[in-house]
Design a binder for this molecule. Structure first.
Ligand code: MTE
Length: 301
């Protein structure tokens, strides 16, 4: 069923050579901004962004609505109905309303973005997402003057989500960004991985990806987007404000209250799995550091 966007990329195309060429195309297409994010910085110069396998990306997940174990989402998330799907867009916008998935996809351009992904639990992957810039969707609905934040909500369906019977978090899962973070060209709504529809366990049919922030900011299966002038409440911050700040930028200099954040375990590679140093803003410093000029990033963690 070709309901969702399919890129022209097929599984067989995903070879290192293809990725190399693709990376150059992306750099040529969007200029230094994204290029720097993909390769930038001295530490990353030798670090070829070799994506994790489909298997790794889709079987080692966090999606607490389907259980707290890493393999629970891939085992349980098939129960989520993702078609039809609609997203309510409300608050300080010119065109509030309930937009169907198809309607949203008709107005945006989907591209491949190979991003580093860093979980607050100190593991990481490289994921070839297919998605569109959130800024394109926000432009379409018309952000009103005075809006300063964007709030997001995941679907809450007790009949389809066995994990929400357990009050690990105050459901629905909620996240938020400052408007300039949401409008940044690195911020995407992902709808695919490796050119295939995004699987339920990774947040079908549409999930946020903010590559310079800890993974929990990248909220899955979004049903509501609200433009507001107040910093919105977020699930992890509500659960434990000392450990999870609103910003949650990847910052190796600010330890989590219970563990260090200065290195990470690369998922995959079996016996050769490596621990590598964590990079400021997850390697996207050149692209995003200016968003936080003048802010104390140890206070605003
Ligand atoms: N979104 C929802 N709705 N529920 C969740 O439990 N987990 C977050 C984030 N988005 C989560 C979520 C966390 S902690 C991480 S690390 C990433 O999803 C994991 O994304 P992935 O499974 O696609 O790698």
């Amino acid at each position: 069923m070709a309901r969702r966007y399919q890129s022209k990329l097929t599984w067989d195309d995903v070879t290192p050579e293809h990725l190399f060429l693709n990376r150059r195309q992306i750099m040529a297409g969007t200029g230094a901004l994204l290029g720097a994010g993909l390769i930038g910085g001295t530490a990353q110069a030798q670090d070829v962004l070799e994506p994790n396998t489909w298997e790794e990306i889709t079987t080692y997940n966090n999606y607490y609505e389907f259980g707290t174990g890493k393999t629970d989402p891939s085992a349980n998330a098939h129960t989520l109905t993702t078609s039809p799907w609609a997203v309510e867009i409300d608050g300080m916008v010119d065109n509030p309303g309930t937009y169907s998935f198809e309607d949203i996809m008709a107005g945006v351009e989907v591209e491949e973005r190979i991003y580093r992904f860093r979980c607050v639990e100190a593991w990481s992957m490289v994921i070839p997402w297919n998605g569109f810039e959130l800024a394109d969707l926000l432009a379409r609905v018309g952000v009103q003057d005075g809006a300063r934040y964007v709030a997001f909500e995941t679907a809450l369906r007790p009949d389809e989500m066995p994990g929400v019977r357990v009050p690990v978090l105050d459901w629905p899962y909620r996240e938020g960004l400052r408007l300039d973070e949401a409008m940044h060209p690195l911020t995407i709504m992902a709808t695919g991985i490796y050119g295939r529809d995004i699987p339920n366990q990774n947040g079908a049919p549409m999930r946020l990806v903010v590559p310079w922030k800890y993974g929990f900011k990248s909220i899955k299966s979004i049903v509501r987007i609200t433009l507001t002038d107040e910093e919105p409440p977020t699930s992890w911050n509500m659960a434990n404000a000392r450990e999870y700040g609103f910003y949650s930028n990847v910052n190796p200099n600010v330890p989590h209250r219970r563990w260090s954040q200065d290195s990470e375990r690369r998922i995959g590679g079996g016996l050769f799995a490596r621990r590598v140093p964590t990079l400021m803003f997850n390697g996207y410093e050149e692209d995003v550091a200016s968003l936080y000029d003048g802010m104390d990033l140890s206070e605003n963690y």
